[in-house]
Design a protein around this ligand. Structure first.
Ligand code: PAF
Length: 280
């Protein structure tokens, strides 16, 4: 695997490949790679000549400096995992390579920016779109792969691609879960053994919702699931919502495609999860 740390060297290398009509699949990550990330690499390998992964813990998308500081950065083992997965290229820049100084970025993302995650992480999606735009500009991928676990992030990036008319196709890949149902996440390593058990209430409540859902019990079921989560020790619910899968407006009995999304703090670790009804 080739490793680049500067935009220029990566841009030159990929430019040569592109001139030979090679297609580029791109998997942007913040590292601390788990099988969920590797499944994105595997998807990208199926449909592109070259797969580029980026590892960059992007400071502008963290609204809590402590969260940024404690975000895991196991770069040596990440490189090993990417080598084993057969990834072709890693881009692993320093912060100063990505941000030149006082930069201004604001995209008019509309309500998507303020709903759900946006309410609890103000400014988060401005930071996400800022860095993903930069990464797309350097890599110029044909296809870019994102995990469904960050469902709202996928919609936000889709919106950016439409707004700026970017020539890239986005592919959303399914959530990978541990055998007990916990959605794989780089943040899971922060959970103590006890917290890890309590965290299972997130996937359990989502399963309960999809198993019990019918057109007439939506609001009642939401309340039941919220109570299930709130009564779990050490778990602080932020939201549990059923939403229109296209725009994240609250769902009602007439909504056709529904995604159910949850966020909660388990101890000090913030976790998110979701399920698309009918897909589970
Ligand atoms: O999903 C992530 O890991 C990050 O938000 C992303 C897309 C790599 C941007 O920093």
């Amino acid at each position: 695997m080739k490793i680049f740390t500067t935009r220029e060297s990566l841009g030159n290398y990929l430019g040569q490949l592109r001139s030979k009509a090679q297609t580029i699949g791109f998997v942007p990550t913040m590292g601390a790679l788990h099988p969920g990330h590797l499944s994105l690499i595997a998807q990208a390998q199926l449909h592109n000549s070259v797969v580029v992964c980026s590892i960059f813990v992007n400071p502008t998308q963290f609204n809590d400096p402590k969260d940024l500081e404690k975000y895991p950065r196991p770069i040596a083992s990440d490189i090993e995992k990417l080598e084993t997965a057969g990834c072709d290229v890693l881009f692993n820049p320093e912060v100063k390579e990505m941000y030149a100084g006082n930069e201004h970025w604001h995209l008019v993302l509309g309500e998507l920016e303020h709903l759900l995650e946006g309410e609890f992480r103000p400014g988060h999606y401005q930071g996400v779109t800022q860095v993903v735009y930069k990464l797309f500009d350097i890599v110029k991928p044909d296809n870019a792969y994102f995990g469904q676990k960050d469902y709202q992030q996928v919609l936000v990036i889709q919106k950016m691609v439409q707004l700026l008319n970017l020539p890239v196709s986005l592919v959303m890949c399914p959530i990978l879960r541990e055998t007990d149902g916990l959605a794989m996440s780089s943040r899971n390593i922060h959970l103590s053994a006890d917290e890890r058990q309590h965290a299972l209430i997130l996937s359990r409540s989502l399963n309960y919702f999809s198993d019990s859902f019918n057109k007439d019990n939506l609001f009642e079921l939401l309340e039941t699931c919220k109570k299930m989560i709130s009564s779990e020790p050490g778990v602080q619910l932020e939201y549990f919502e059923a939403a229109n899968a296209d725009n994240l407006h609250p769902a009602d009995q007439n909504t056709e495609n529904i995604v159910v999304l949850v966020a909660a703090k388990v101890g000090n670790t913030r976790l998110i999860d979701n399920t698309i009804l009918g897909n589970h």
